[in-house]
Structure formats: C-alpha cells, structure tokens
Design a protein around this ligand. Structure first.
Ligand SMILES: [Zn+2]
Length: 249
C-alpha cells in the first residue's frame, strides 16, 4: 500500500466544506480508493491536509472514481478555491499488503477482511488477496445491498466469536456450519455476485474448533485438495473453499 497527502483549500464556508469533504472520503473509501481506517485530517481555518493510505499507487486517480465519488467531488469542488493537490509520501508499512488486481484468477472467493471494514470481501482465487471494488465491475444496487447485509451480519458474528465471551460457541456454529442462515445467505450472495462479476464466486467456510468435514458439507463429494494448495478444501460443484483447522495434521 502507499501513502499520499491530499491538500484541500476552502473558499470560506468551512462547515459545509468539511461536510462535503467527509462525503468525498466516504465515497472514496466505499470504492476502496482509500482505506478509511488510516485516514488522518489536519489543517487550519481554510486548509485541510488528509493523509491517506491507498491499495495501489494510482488508486486515487479520477479514472477510477465511481458515480458516487464523482458526485461527491462535484459537491466538494463548489467549496474549493483551487483543485485538490496530491503529494506522494511513500510506501505504507503499517498494514499488511494483501491486495490483488484479481486479473489472473479464474474464480473469486467471498471472505470478509479481518481488520479493514470497508475493504471488498471479494478475493482473488489464486492468491486469496482482496480486490479493491474500483477494479471490479460495478455491482447493481440489489447485489451491493445483499452483499453489504451479509457482510455486516458476518462481521457481527465474527466479532462475537473473537470476543470469547458468552456468545463464542453459538457464533462459531453460525460461522462454521454450512447449514447456518449466515452461510446459506453468503452462498446465495455468491450466486448473485458471479452473474455480475463474470467469474465463479466461491464461498469461504471458516472453522476454528474441531476439524473440517472430510467430505463437502453440502453435496458430500470429495473436497480435500493436494498438500500445498492455497485452500485445503474446495468443492467445485458447490463452490465452497476452506482451510484446515489447527486440529488437522
Ligand atoms: Zn459440494
């Protein structure tokens, strides 16, 4: 990942300028052109300097702007005295560099990012790295909404599981059983996604306790992969992938 400083010079109305600036960053983050968690804004009465971390060097380029980013930039521009200036700072060493363009993969994997909440949960099938939204075909509102809804629910159970409190075991069942409402919902989101992304989308089945089933949990077919495979389990019929747990040799 890479770091830039973006310079914004306001005309006069700082309050509306800040609101428009906030909308602009939300739009950039929603398109994965910046990483929201890393955003730092400083400045004075009429100037703002935003330090942003981005997946690739050209991620902030306007050619990747979504319709939402374009509209947010239009609204923001009304409050700007001059165009936004951009200065390259350097490579980012804070976060793990786990992005992919996905162009080399013949399938995708649906799996939420463990730490960055706005990052696309659509991963490259050959590297398991996340593909920024702006490098993927734009999703319909219906599919984007279904994806977001599944992602929010998944993150909630994930958090409940990692909190290791009273909800840990029930959250683990929800995350690890293919028959759970959460995972069935995720599988149906995969089917919606692949129609629009033009590549098969596999569902990532998480498990921490116990062992993964020896046969595919849906069709009962063989799904164990050769040693050294990126995913230890993969069913091409049901389009599910998984890793073995620490209890499996
Ligand atoms: Zn199967």
């Amino acid at each position: 990942m890479f770091v830039y400083d973006l310079f914004f010079y306001a005309k006069d109305d700082a309050e509306k300028f800040d609101l428009a600036l906030s909308d602009y960053f939300c739009a950039l983050s929603g398109n994965n052109q910046i990483i929201m968690e890393t955003l730092n804004i400083s400045g004075n009465e009429t100037e703002r300097v935003a330090r942003v971390t981005v997946p690739y060097e050209d991620s902030p380029d306007e050619k990747y702007d979504s319709p939402y980013t374009k509209r947010a930039l239009e609204r923001l521009s009304a409050y700007l005295k001059k165009p936004i200036e951009r200065r390259f700072v350097g490579e980012d060493f804070t976060y793990r560099d786990d992005f992919s363009t996905g162009t080399a993969s013949d399938f995708y994997v649906l799996r939420i990012h463990l730490h960055l909440k706005d990052i696309s949960p659509i991963c490259c099938g050959h590297t398991a790295e996340h593909i920024p939204y702006y490098l993927l075909p734009a999703l319909s509102e219906e599919t984007a909404e279904a994806l977001r809804s599944w992602e929010v629910n998944y993150a909630a159970y994930d958090q409940l599981f990692y909190a290791t409190g009273i909800g840990e075991i029930s959250a683990h069942k929800m995350l690890s059983r293919m028959s759970s409402e959460l995972n069935r919902d995720g599988l149906s989101v995969c089917r919606m996604l692949e129609k629009e992304l033009q590549k098969p989308v596999y569902y990532y089945l998480y498990r921490y306790y116990g062992k993964q089933p020896s046969k595919c949990p849906v069709c009962k077919g063989d799904w164990k992969q050769p040693d050294g495979s990126l995913f230890d389990y993969k069913c091409d019929h049901c389009k599910i992938v998984a890793h073995k747990t620490s209890n499996e040799s």
